[in-house]
Design a protein around this ligand. Structure first.
Ligand code: GDP
Length: 439
């Protein structure tokens, strides 16, 4: 996401490179470039204009700082202002009520149902006990979709396909949730292809009768300015509490993320970065600003890793490593954990400096495919006893996995090396010895 904007901002900053200080003239030239970059990213004109005016004023005001270069100074000012533009502080969900009622609204195809599942999954991982309510009375397929998602993440779904009354279903769902002691009830609603009075009336009626604590408006970031206009129309009618921007993984421009707050004055609370249930991030304006400026987002990366991290499992693994019992089954499981963290390219983009480098590199969607195929072609015995895999077994595995024997050998060699290193690190004395031997 944001690759194009990053590129253009980079170019704008070059104007200042090598300049001793920020002057009215060079800053004006840079601001013109930045404004152009923002407009190209599909930020609306008013927002882009007021943004660059603000940055210019701040940059000139801070010009007395001689310790930093004009480029560094501008990066800092831009970082602060982008953060402010996107809402400043992170705005978390209000979950103090029991049950907390969350209403989900948006157009068809925006990613509402997917987000409903992701949110339930996210809240479940935080120890909440959510219930999903399937409130789309027009598309039976949407009800099925939610049910499948619910099953996948282990969260119950309330539905009543015999009913065509969205208010009734929502109220039934809440009653059911109270009975089952669910502390968060998330109501998915029907969308339309475009803004439509009947839809708005319906959602407004659901709002009036369920009195939700949060109303989240879901919108597809790839629609750019349209996303901002739709947000405005929904907000005028619903006065929602937060925005969810989906499909940021596919949006290289990012204009919606930058303009929505300043147009509707409601915070972005979550962003969707993929189709998987785990591809959801809490929206942190400051981290996003750093990402736009190519400064990386290590904090989000670490948090995603932590979400996938199970302490008990890690302790078990430690034990196995110490006993040199780490086998191909464990290796395979580790790969699955990494994959759950999301799309590789996206993950790499969170590392400072790497985002830009990776831009033109085509990372396969599934970088682990051949490794997985090789492991899957091993027998149970082989996976548990990697040392047993000699030449004839390698040949069979290569055939079974559609790879070459060299690839199988390479993987086994890498696996053995990894095991050695892991073993050394699990034994403090050996690790210390190894460190001493390092050049
Ligand atoms: P709804 O009509 O608003 O309920 O939309 P859906 O939840 O059915 O989503 C529409 C399509 O967008 C589906 O194919 C989803 O898999 C996809 N989708 C939803 N969120 C994201 C996202 O964050 N990234 C990507 N790449 N696809 C998404």
């Amino acid at each position: 996401m944001f690759e194009n904007l990053q590129d253009k901002l980079d170019r704008a900053f070059k104007v200042l490179k090598g300049q001793g200080s920020i002057t009215e003239i060079n800053v004006a030239e840079t601001m013109k470039e930045i404004r152009k970059a923002l407009l190209d990213a599909d930020v609306n004109y008013k927002t882009a204009k007021s943004f660059t005016d603000e940055v210019k004023e701040k940059a000139l005001g801070l010009n007395v700082l001689t310790a930093v270069s004009p480029g560094q100074l501008l990066t800092k000012v831009m970082n602060d202002e982008l953060t402010a533009l996107m809402g400043g502080e992170v705005t978390e969900l209000d979950l103090k009520n029991n049950p907390t009622i969350i209403l989900i609204a948006g157009l068809n195809g925006a990613g509402k149902t997917t987000f409903t599942g992701k949110l339930a999954n996210f809240l479940k991982s935080k120890g909440k006990k959510p219930l999903l309510v399937a409130g789309d009375v027009y598309r039976p397929a949407a009800v099925d979709q939610l049910q499948i998602l619910g099953e996948q993440i282990g969260v119950p779904v309330y539905s009543n396909i015999a009913s065509k009354d969205p208010v009734g279903i929502a109220l039934e769902g809440i009653a059911e949730g109270k009975k089952q002691n669910n502390n968060v009830i998330i109501i998915d609603t029907a969308g339309r292809l475009a803004i439509d009075e009947q839809m708005m009336d319906e959602i407004a009626a659901v709002k009036a009768s369920t009195k939700p604590h949060e109303i989240l408006f879901v919108v597809d970031a790839m629609t750019g300015q349209d996303a901002v206009n739709t947000a405005k129309a929904f907000n005028d009618r619903l006065d929602f509490t937060g925005v969810v921007l989906t499909k940021l993984d596919g949006d290289t421009r990012g204009g919606a993320a930058l303009s929505i707050k300043s147009v509707v004055n409601k915070p972005i609370k979550f962003i969707g970065t993929g189709e998987k249930m785990e591809a959801l991030d809490v929206f942190y304006p400051e981290r996003m600003a750093s990402r736009i400026l190519g400064m990386g987002d290590v904090v989000s990366l670490v948090e995603r890793a932590q979400q996938q991290f199970d302490e008990k499992e890690a302790a078990e693994l430690q034990k196995k490593i110490r006993k040199n019992k780490f086998d191909f089954n464990d290796f395979y499981n580790q790969i699955q954990q990494i994959k759950k963290m999301g799309n590789m390219k996206d993950l790499m983009g969170m590392i400072p400096g790497v985002g830009k480098m990776m831009k033109n590199v085509d990372i396969e969607d599934d970088a682990f495919k051949s490794v997985e195929a090789v492991i899957q072609s091993m027998t149970k015995f082989e996976r548990e006893n990697p040392d047993s895999i000699q030449q004839s077994r390698r040949l069979r595995i290569a055939k079974g996995s559609g790879t070459k024997i060299e690839e199988v050998t390479k993987l086994i060699k890498q696996f053995e090396d990894m095991r050695k290193v892991m073993k050394q690190f699990s034994n403090p004395a050996a690790a210390a010895k190894m460190m001493r031997n390092m050049p």
